[in-house]
Structures are given as structure tokens and as C-alpha cells.
Design a protein around this ligand. Structure first.
Ligand code: PLP
Length: 377
């Protein structure tokens, strides 16, 4: 790859292995859902320690999980406003109503402020593991079950994180949704997967991602089709193709290496920024169990943050602002009920600095220098 001056915020990290898998798949002339998709699902299942169902995006993973959780028109789903808007679009895609909830200052949904009548009315809750830092789920699942809420985890940021269990399969959950879009912790170009604890839910998920055709997954894994389909519920064209899965197989083989690179960069940032705790706050902790997806930093002074934005632009360093509050987006404004204090605060004070597997040490230092120079005075 050509070294360019631009320092990218995030990007895919690909090798000859992804190229070879894709060429093999193209040569086979079976491109849709099939044997390669199955191989990827088997590899995912091994890596996660629980059955994984591959779909065509993280957003789809959320929509299908909500449907199987029993969500339909006018049902209330509690969700953070502080998330990527896909989380909320998944709710409204089913005609359901998002109830926006505030987060703590580390970006994790905080259930303390949800009114109790609302908890009674809601049917499900979506939580998001911001930045790759996991929310401890045992307590939340217990609370949710007491209140008859299904729990959907938007784990788009946290593929590979092992803070509370080595594998997802080792702990309790309802639905866990991953994204493998171009910049996530592993990629399939576009894609995602769903883990569901309940066997019956698993089977229904497999069916509804293939237009609801019962048992079609098994047929297609053998490169066969169903000519007399049995369909009893709403389905979608939501499966993962062989081509996308081919990229995923190579990425999953390289996942340990990819995750270590992310962790190493985050640790280097941590070591360099931790001395400035009077001026900023780090979101990604020093924790071996975190595979960071982004590197957000809270800058206490808004003026200094503006200076940093300007300096980054002048030096061709891309930055991100994860996230603009969803409750303030035009399409979702009608669901907005109260001022979400921490959500608004975080948006005003956060910057995400470059983090991807191919970011050289020199570039990391350049980013650090630019930030520190502009925060000191
Ligand atoms: C990426 C992402 C999604 C959506 O995943 P796609 O694969 O891009 O559809 C959902 N939620 C969060 C928090 C994400 O970062």
C-alpha cells in the first residue's frame, strides 16, 4: 500500500489471505448463501462458543433479533440515544417506538433514569457496548427478566472483547448482534451475525434471514434450493453471501493478530494521555479484555476541543465524533421526551482519534503530539 499523508480514522486491514479466499469462492461459481457461508458460521460458532447466524449487516442482525424477540408495530423498545443511528433505525424498521435513554459518562446505557411505568410498558431493551468496552450483563439481564424485557446487545463495537467471559457462549444473554462492516474489529466487507441463546429462536432466525423459507439454510449449505417452500412468517433477504463469508474466514483466522494490534495502539495512547487527566478523560480503560473499536477521548474544555479539531484538519488527521445523539435527528425527534444530559455532554466533548490495525507508531506519535500540543494551553 502507498503511504499517504492522510491519517485515516479507521479502515479495513486486508492481506493476501482474504484475496485468496475470495478468488477461490469466485472460481467455485457459487456466490450466494452456501458452503462458504456455512464454514464461516462454523468458525464463528467456535470462536464465540455459541451458535452464530451470519447475515448481511449488523443493522439486519438487530432488526431480525427484534422481530424474533416479538417486537412489532407500536411496541416500545428502550435504547440509548448515544449510539450509531442503525440501532434506532432497527427499532423503527419494525414500526416499533424507541424510548431514548441516557448513558453514564463512559457511554454505557444507564437504566436508573427510566421511569417505572415506562419499564412496565416496554417489551425490549437494546444496550450497546460502546467502544468495545463491555457493559456487565449479569445484573442487567436479571433486572430485564424481572421486568419481562427481552435484551438485545448491539455488540457492533465489541467483537473479540472478553472482559466478563472468555467467550459469549460462557455467559448468559438473549440476543447478541455483531457487525462486520468495513471498519469493525473483523470485516466481511459488509455483514454481521446474531447469537441467540434459545434454540427455537436460532431456528427462526435462520429461516427469516432467507425469506422465511423453513429449513432453507440447510439446503443452501449443500448448494441446493427449496422448490416447495413452507413459509409462515415475515422473512427478509438477509443472509450472508459466500463471497462476504470468504473474507470473513480469512479475517477470523487473523483475528488474534488484528485484535492485538488494536489493543497495542490503545495501550500506547493510554500511556501517553493518562498524565493529562486534569484536562481529559479516557473512555478505553487499560484492560486486556477490551478489543477497542474506536478511541474516544472526552476533552473537558470545549474551546480546546475546537482547537484540536482545527489542528487535526490542518495536519490531515481524520477524527470522529461518536456519536451525534439519535434523539436529536429529525426522523427520531418525535420520540424525544426529555433532555438527555450525559448524551448531550458527551457529543459536545468527545473526539475519536485514529485507530486501525495499520496505523504506524510514527503516525500514532504524530496524533498524540497534535492533541497534547493543543490541550496544554
Ligand atoms: C456498525 C454499527 C452498527 C451497524 O452495523 P452495520 O454492519 O454497519 O449495519 C450498529 N450499531 C453500532 C453501534 C455500530 O457501530
Amino acid at each position: 500500500m502507498k503511504e499517504s499523508k492522510l491519517i485515516r480514522l479507521s479502515k479495513s486491514s486486508l492481506s493476501i489471505h482474504e484475496q485468496l479466499e475470495v478468488i477461490k469462492t469466485i472460481d467455485s461459481e457459487f456466490l450466494g448463501y452456501g458452503d462458504v457461508s456455512k464454514r464461516f458460521e462454523d468458525a464463528l460458532t467456535k470462536s464465540l462458543g455459541t451458535n452464530a447466524i451470519a447475515v448481511n449487516s449488523g443493522t439486519t442482525a438487530l432488526i431480525l433479533s427484534l422481530q424474533i424477540a416479538g417486537i412489532s408495530k407500536d411496541d416500545i423498545v428502550i435504547a440509548p440515544s448515544f449510539t450509531y443511528l442503525a440501532t434506532i433505525q432497527a427499532i423503527t424498521a419494525l414500526g416499533a417506538i424507541p424510548y431514548f435513554c441516557d448513558v453514564s459518562l463512559n457511554g454505557h446505557l444507564s437504566i436508573k433514569k427510566i421511569p417505572s411505568d415506562l419499564i412496565q410498558k416496554a417489551k425490549a431493551i437494546i444496550i450497546m457496548h460502546y467502544g468495545g468496552v463491555e457493559l456487565e450483563m449479569n445484573g442487567l439481564l436479571k433486572w430485564a427478566r424481572e421486568n419481562k424485557l427481552r435484551v438485545i446487545e448491539d455488540s457492533a463495537h465489541s467483537f473479540g472483547s472478553t472482559q466478563f467471559s472468555n467467550k459469549i457462549g460462557d455467559r448468559d444473554f438473549d440476543f447478541v448482534c455483531y457487525s462486520f462492516d468495513g471498519i469493525k474489529n473483523i470485516t466481511t466487507a459488509e455483514g454481521g451475525c446474531i447469537c441467540a441463546k434459545n434454540k427455537n429462536d436460532q431456528q427462526r432466525l435462520k429461516d427469516i434471514r432467507l425469506l422465511g423459507v423453513k429449513g432453507d439454510t440447510k439446503k443452501r449449505q449443500l448448494n441446493l434450493r427449496t422448490w416447495e417452500p413452507e413459509v409462515s412468517e415475515q422473512g427478509w433477504r438477509a443472509h450472508m453471501s459466500n463471497v462476504n463469508a470468504a473474507i470473513g474466514i480469512a479475517q477470523l483466522n487473523r483475528s488474534k493478530e488484528l485484535w492485538e494490534k488494536r489493543k497495542k495502539i490503545a495501550n500506547f495512547y493510554y500511556e501517553n494521555f493518562i498524565n493529562y487527566s486534569d484536562l481529559l478523560r479516557l473512555i478505553i480503560p487499560k484492560d486486556e479484555g477490551v478489543v477497542p473499536h474506536i478511541y474516544p477521548i472526552v476533552i473537558f474544555s470545549e474551546d480546546k476541543l475546537k482547537k484540536i479539531f482545527k489542528a487535526f484538519k490542518a495536519n490531515s488527521i481524520q477524527y470522529g465524533r461518536h456519536y451525534f445523539p439519535c434523539h436529536r435527528l429529525d426522523y427520531f425527534k418525535k420520540y424525544s421526551h426529555t433532555d438527555l444530559k450525559n448524551t448531550n455532554y458527551l457529543y459536545k466533548h468527545l473526539i475519536s482519534i485514529p485507530l486501525h490495525c495499520d496505523l504506524s507508531r510514527n503516525k500514532q506519535i504524530f496524533v498524540i503530539d497534535n492533541l497534547i500540543k493543543n490541550i496544554k494551553d
